[in-house]
Design a protein around this ligand. Sequence first.
Ligand code: F6R
Length: 609
Amino acid sequence: MCGIVGYIGDEEAVELLLNGLEKLEYRGYDSAGVAIYDGKELKVSKTKGRLKALRHMLGNGEKMNGTVGIGHTRWATHGKPSDENSHPHTSASRKFAVVHNGIIGNYLSIKELLTNLGKEFSSETDTEVIAQLLEHYDNGNTLETVIRVLKDLEGSYAIGIINKDNPHEIVAARKDNPLIVGVGKDENFIASDVNAIVSRTKDIMRLEDGEIAVIKSNKVVVYDMDKNIIKKNIQRVNWDISAAGKNNYSHFMLKEIMEQPKAVHDTLFPRLKKGEIVLEDDINLSKEYLEKINKIFIVGCGSAYHAGCVGKYIFEKLLKKPVEVDIASEFRYRNPIVDENSLVIAISQSGETADTLAAIRRSKQLGARVLSIVNVVGSSIAVESDDVFYTWAGPEIAVATTKAYSAQLVAIYLLSIYAANKLEKISRIAYTRYVDELFFLPKKMQKVLNLTDKIRKFSEKKYLLESVFFMGRNLDYAVSMEGSLKFKEISYVHAEAYAAGELKHGTISLIENGTLVVAVATQRSVTDKMANNIEEVKARGAQILGISTDSCLDLRKICDFSFSVPDTHDILQPSLSIIPLQLFSYFVAMLRGCDIDKPRNLAKSVTIE
Ligand code: F6R
C-alpha cells in the first residue's frame, strides 16, 4: 500500500532513503517524502507526485544532510494526494516525525480529542494523529512514549519514528502490516520489504504484531508492549539483487512475463524427485488427513482469486471433493460453512493482502486448517497459516502480477495431483502422465513466449479498441477472467470475461460489428461447445482472436486471428494459454502510452481493507 524505509548509520541518509524508496515505489506512488535529523533538528521534504519529483526537490540528495532518517512513498487512503498529506508527518513542535503504512480506524476521535486540547492539524491524514499523540504523551523516553501511543491506536500500522531529542535511534512498530529491520555493519534499516535494503544487507529481522524495535546504528533491541525484551532471530535472505532490477527490459512487467518459465521451474523442480511429487519438505498432507477433508475453500483477491478459480476445477476433477472458491473480501463477511474438516487454501503473492489475511483468521476461528500459497517468505499470511506452500517466483515488482500467478498455478497442480495420488483417486498411469507433463511445462511456456513478436504485431492493429470480451469454458473461463483483469488494469480499456455459454443470456447484446472477442479454447471436452459460441458472436459481427492448442486446427479456422500454444494435459493448459493474454495486454497498454508497471490508482500490496 505504502512503502517505508529508514536508515541509521554513518553515511548520508538521504541518498540511501531515495534509493530504498525507488525499490518500494511499486507499493504506492502518489507522493513521497523523507525526514532527516541534521544534527540540530528534523528536516522534512515531501511532495505530491512520483519519487522523481522528490528527487528533483532534493537536488538529487544534495540538500539534506544527516545520517538518520525515514522515508515514505504513499498510496493515498485518508486525504487526497497532496504535499500536506504526504509523509513523513511531524508533531506540532517538529519534535517527532512519523511514516506510516496502514489505517488508523479511530483517528477521527483522537483528532477531535487533540483538537479540543488546542493541537492544530496540517493534513487530512490518519497518520498525523500518531505524530501529535507522540508529542502529547512524550515523557522523554521514546520507547515508552511510543508504547503509550500504540495503546490508543485501533487499526493497522507499520510505523517508523524519529525523535529530535533522541536522535540516535529509530523506533519502529507494526500491527497487521509488514515491517522488517535490516541489520548491517554499523548501520541498520527499516523497510516495508526486503527489496528496499537488499543492496546493503541480506540480514533481516521480521517484526511481528505488537513488537516495537529500537534501532541504533550498532544495535537493535525488540520489545513487547510491556517493555520486555524479545529475542529475535536474524534471517539471511536468499535474494538475488539483479532479480529486483529491470535489467534491459522496458518494463518490469515484460521482464516478469519473460521470467515465467524460470518461476515455474523454480517452484516445480525442487518438488519433483525421481518422477514423484514430494511435498513432505513443505507440508504434511497424510492420507488420513486428506480423507477427513469434507470440503475445500480457496480464497484470494484479484489474480490470486483467479488462480483459485483454476484450482476449483482441478481439485474437483482430481479429488472429487466439493470446492468453493471465493473472493477473500466476500468470504470474510459471509457465513461460509467452514468447520474442522474443511481445508482452506489461501493464495497470495505478497502474503500481506488484508482481506486474505482476515479470511484465514476467520477460517481458523471456525476450526479449519489453513494452507497458504505465498510468494513472500515470512509474510503475515505465511506466518499465520498452518502450512505454507511457497511459490519461488522471486521478487515481483510490476503491479500487475504475471510470474507469481503462474507459480500459483504450479502450486495448485502439485497439491491436487499429489493429494489425488495419495487418495488413490487417480491411477498410477494417470499420475505418471501428469508428472511427465509437469516436467515439460517450463519448456512449453518458453515456446509460447516465442510468439512475442507476433503478438506485438497483432496488438499494433488492435490497440485503439474500446472494449474487449474474453470468453471460455471451464478452465478456459478461469483463464479468461485473469486475461480480462490483466487487460483492463494496465491498458484502461474496458474488458469483461464471460463463461462462453453465458453470453447469450444478456451480454451478447453488447457485441456489435468489429467488437473483439478473445476466445480461449484449449479444453478438449468443450471444444465443440466453444466452436458454437464463437459462431454465435461472429454472427453478431464480432471479430475473434482464438487462443487454442497446436492440435486444435479446426477451431482456429473459424477465428479471424489466432495464437496457438503447445498441447499439454488439459489441467495444465492454463499455464500456457495465459501467456498470449498477458503479452497482448502488455503491448496494447504500451501502445496506448500507459504507465504499465504502476497503473493509475493501483498498488502492489493491498494491506488495507
Ligand atoms: C492483478 C493483481 C492483483 C493481486 C491482488 C492480490 O494483476 O496483481 O489483483 O493479485 O491484489 O494480491 P496478493 O496476491 O498479493 O494477495
